[in-house]
Design a protein around this ligand. Structure first.
Ligand code: DGL
Length: 361
């Protein structure tokens, strides 16, 4: 058989490709843009400074959602965006009440067929907490992306506009469906469970220490490489739709010479849960152990966490949790352990069931 005959199939396929390529391109170009709702809550991304070189000492939560959207006209090329100003606060002032309002609004919007994804603009100080709370109570597989910035909107090389642009792309991306709540800044995609603010002021502040980010933003596209192994959103047992308030749970931060005063104060104030941010592997100082055991005897659920910020707090490691009837936080940092304990206490006070939740979420 002539050697040229072997080439016929390849030539035919190449000709077919050339004929169909314009059709595919037209189809791609004609694909409808995703509908992304932007919920603004304040923070530095909405902040203004006295001059273009003011990157600290500026005022957060000044610029409204419409102005944030207008500042990034490129958004129109990647999504049909519309905005809502849910509140306008610096995120250090975020409260449980804000979270309940935000979560109910997010769930109501995601239930709408004309909403494909949500972006929440937020101060970076408590982004990790709002992200983890929503990761546990959002009841949809649609993308929810939380975004902030480390420089105010008035600064040279403000990072807010590009962060918002990237966040909208992720919120409209089919690749982000089912991955839980995401935090997008600095061209990186982090998961809500493990992300934390690791630097007071640099652009690369958001990290998922040791456990790692989930992906990158590059060339106007989300590139995912990992997914969380922990349950989230539709897979959780938590439902805040009928809740008007969350249980009183606080964190006690340990250090050399720590005293029992803080523990007693929270118990006397009516807390039903306490997170002890212990040193090392969640170690209990001798001078506070009696306060914690007395609190437990009064029915307060105690979670041993660690101020270290990385690694597992091992059950029955630095304390006999079985004997003390305490819970350990696994790898959750103290501020996230507080969130899971709060939601756990909306379901049960059984410490064995609560411990299982810390191994699940
Ligand atoms: N006040 C801080 C906040 O709203 C500013 C930090 C920021 O948003 O980057 O979280």
């Amino acid at each position: 058989m002539s050697p040229h005959l072997y080439r016929l199939p390849a030539l035919f396929l190449y000709a077919l490709f050339l004929a169909l390529a314009p059709l595919a391109a037209a189809q791609q170009a004609a694909a409808p843009l995703p509908n992304v709702r932007i919920l603004a809550t304040g923070g530095t991304i909405a902040g203004t400074g006295a001059s273009s070189t003011t990157t600290i000492g500026y005022t957060a939560a000044k610029v409204g959602v419409e102005a944030l959207i207008a500042a990034v006209p490129e958004l129109k090329k990647v999504a049909n965006v519309s905005g809502e100003q849910v509140f306008q606060i610096a995120s250090e002032s975020m409260t449980n009440a804000h979270w309940l309002t935000l979560a109910k609004r997010v769930n109501a919007l995601l239930a709408q067929p004309d909403v494909d994804g949500i972006v929440i603009t937020h101060g970076t100080d408590t982004i990790e907490e709002t992200a983890y709370f929503l990761n546990l109570v959002v009841k949809s597989r649609k993308p929810v992306v939380i975004v902030g910035s480390m420089r105010p909107s008035t600064a040279i090389s403000a990072d807010g506009p590009i962060n918002l642009y990237n966040a909208v792309i992720v919120a409209g991306s089919k690749d982000a469906v089912g991955k839980g709540v995401l935090v997008v800044l600095n061209d990186q995609i982090n998961g809500a469970r493990d992300v934390t603010k690791a630097n007071t002021s640099t652009l690369d502040t958001f990290r998922s220490p040791e456990l790692g980010l989930l992906g990158y933003m590059q060339d106007n596209r989300a590139h995912f490489y990992r997914m969380s192994t922990r349950r989230h959103t539709l897979e959780t047992e938590f439902d805040v739709s009928a809740l008007e308030q969350l249980p009183a749970v606080d964190v006690v931060y340990s250090h050399a010479n720590v005293s029992r005063v803080g523990i007693d104060a929270f118990v006397n104030a009516g807390d039903i849960g306490l997170v002890y941010a212990g040193v090392g592997d969640g170690s209990l100082a001798a001078q506070v152990r009696p306060a914690l055991t007395e609190a437990r005897r009064k029915g307060v659920v105690i979670v041993r966490s660690s101020r270290v910020g990385q690694g597992i707090v091992a059950r029955n490691g630095e304390a006999n949790d079985d004997e003390l009837d305490f819970v350990v936080s696994d790898t959750l940092n103290p501020q996230k352990a507080r969130i899971l304990l709060m939601l756990a206490l909306t379901k049960t006070r059984d410490t064995r069931a609560i411990q299982q939740m810390f191994y699940t979420y």
